[in-house]
Design a protein around this ligand. Structure first.
Ligand code: SF4
Length: 310
């Protein structure tokens, strides 16, 4: 145990760039104080929503839940922008994970995803026409990542591996070096398909310098990758953990596994808010898409044509 702890402190050579710790100067914390207060307020509002602790049973989120998660993520972006403005080597035009040209870190599989983030991601991706193949990919990659982590685990119980352990750290590097892109990355455009809902662990990561050094197949990876990771203030991280507990869904902090757990919890359905009309599903499990009423052959245009003829 003690050796593992020391290894954790001093053996940082083989850790992912996303796991590096960036010290946030006091002046940056001051500059971001309004955004920090906004995050805290929004989390308090989410925590106070009626029925927030019963989602596991009701399979319904309280009314207004998803709007509040969006509000929280907007404060997170404000927080990052305010801190960035105080860090001399990070400009606003840094190419972030999920932007074209910034897909290097999207080979690492996000970790540290809170339940509210996972719920927002699931809600966004469930209606996709290709959701079935995405879910399959999430399962395959999640399993691979678990195997890569287990490979370095010396304990008796393969299920009991501490998140901060060397096995997890090194297993995640091994996994990244397989160069499997995140299933939410659009391979043609090189863009994140869940951009508005991507987790904080992707938002906080700011790759610097040569983009090639952030690709896990680069010869100097991971040490050569220069980064700034703008983590949320500790008190906000604690609030998020408390909210996880309050929701009682025990969603995995690994994004791939967490999304699949929500698929299981919802029995394949959409997770909707109280008061929302149920989303219709097709027999093949796809969510029925709303008809596009602006196409040429839409009924409303046909009616107009008929009237003109008369
Ligand atoms: S969620 Fe988006 S930004 Fe994050 S790793 Fe996946 S594709 Fe990249």
């Amino acid at each position: 145990m003690a050796l593992e702890f020391l290894g954790g402190l001093f053996g940082r050579r083989n850790q992912l760039p996303t796991d590096q710790v960036t010290r946030i100067p006091r002046r940056a914390k001051k500059a971001a104080a309004v955004a920090t207060a906004g995050m805290k307020d929004t989390l308090t509002k989410i925590s106070a929503l009626p029925g927030i602790a019963d989602v596991g049973e009701t399979k319904r989120l309280p009314r207004g839940f998803f709007a509040l998660v969006d509000e929280f993520l907007a404060h997170v972006d404000d927080y990052h922008a305010a801190v960035r403005s105080q860090l001399p080597d990070v400009s606003d035009d840094v190419v972030r994970p999920g932007e074209p040209g910034g897909d290097g870190p999207c080979h690492t599989a996000p970790l540290g995803v809170s339940t509210i983030e996972a719920l927002a991601i699931y809600r966004h991706v469930r209606p996709w026409r290709d959701f079935q193949s995405i879910a399959q990919r999430l399962g395959e990659l999640g399993e691979q990542q678990f195997k890569d982590i287990q490979e370095g685990h010396a304990g008796k119980d393969p299920e009991k591996i501490r998140l901060g352990s060397r096995a997890v750290r090194e297993g995640r590097v091994r996994y990244a070096q397989r160069m499997q892109p995140c299933p939410f990355l659009d391979p043609k455009k090189g863009k994140c398909r869940v951009w508005e809902h991507r987790p904080v662990s992707c938002r906080m990561h700011h790759p610097l310098g040569d983009a090639a050094t952030h690709r896990p197949n680069h010869e100097g990876y991971p040490q050569a990758a220069q980064v700034k990771n703008i983590r949320l203030p500790v008190k906000i991280q604690v609030e998020l953990q408390q909210l996880d507990k309050r929701l009682m869904l025990q969603v995995s902090p690994f994004m791939f596994a967490g999304t699949l757990q929500l698929l299981q919890l919802s029995e394949g359905q959409m997770l909707q808010e109280v008061g929302e009309a149920p989303q219709r599903m097709q027999q093949d499990g796809q969510v029925v898409q709303k008809a596009n009423r602006n196409v040429k052959h839409a009924a409303k245009f046909k009616k107009k044509k008929k009237k003109r003829k008369k």
